[in-house]
Design a protein around this ligand. Structure first.
Ligand code: S3P
Length: 189
């Protein structure tokens, strides 16, 4: 659902956190703000925040770029699936996933079964703008980032659309997106 909901007050946010019985899993394209939004959302809900890419990187003792470079994408996806499986067992939390995770059939099925998936969705120009601020995304290095993002978005959007909650992450502050997620979660729990 896409919602323009009123802001929840502190008591409503506490109630929402109590009703959550599984991890909230943020999915969506690179540059949509999953990590920043996830951290803020977790703080408000007083839940742990975990970034799946950081966990993969810690487990491998390598950066995401190094994993792609040395072992390739298939190896990364395998590690990603295993790390997300472990995080989904950890009780209520907020998990930010890498942009490709929910496009992987097994990983997506697991998230849909054991988590509450929230699709953070931005238009292409926002994604191009936000991803241009960092140079650490292996999939954007092989050509024109705008073209690659457009192709990935077209391919992945039907997968992201399977998430039960859909929230737009616009060009405005990430805090606005967090507010929209809280409203959407309150409406569906
Ligand atoms: C990827 C997105 C990245 C990271 C990896 C692959 C993707 O995470 O997992 O570079 O396939 O879209 P972010 O979405 O946090 O950039």
């Amino acid at each position: 659902m896409t919602l323009d909901t009123p802001t929840l007050n502190d008591a409503e946010i506490r109630q929402l956190a109590i009703r959550l019985d599984r991890p909230v899993v943020l999915v969506g394209m690179m540059g949509v703000g999953k990590s920043t939004v996830g951290r803020k959302l977790a703080a408000l809900l007083d839940l742990p925040f975990v970034d799946a890419d950081d966990e993969i990187s810690d487990a491998a003792q390598l950066s995401i770029e190094e994993i792609f470079e040395r072992f390739g994408e298939a190896y990364f996806r395998d590690g990603e699936r295993r790390v997300i499986a472990r995080l989904l067992e950890g009780g209520p939390s907020v998990i930010a996933t890498g942009g490709g995770a929910f496009a992987q059939d097994e990983t997506r099925a697991m998230i849909l079964e054991r988590g509450l998936a929230v699709w953070l969705d931005s238009d292409l120009s926002t994604l191009v703008d936000r991803t241009s601020r960092k140079d650490n995304r292996p999939l954007l290095k092989g050509g024109d980032p705008a073209k690659i993002l457009a192709e990935l978005k077209e391919k992945r959007d039907p997968h992201y659309a399977q998430a039960p909650v859909h929230v737009i992450s616009g060009k405005g502050p990430h805090g606005d997106t967090v507010t929209r997620i809280l409203g959407a979660l309150a409406a569906c729990l």
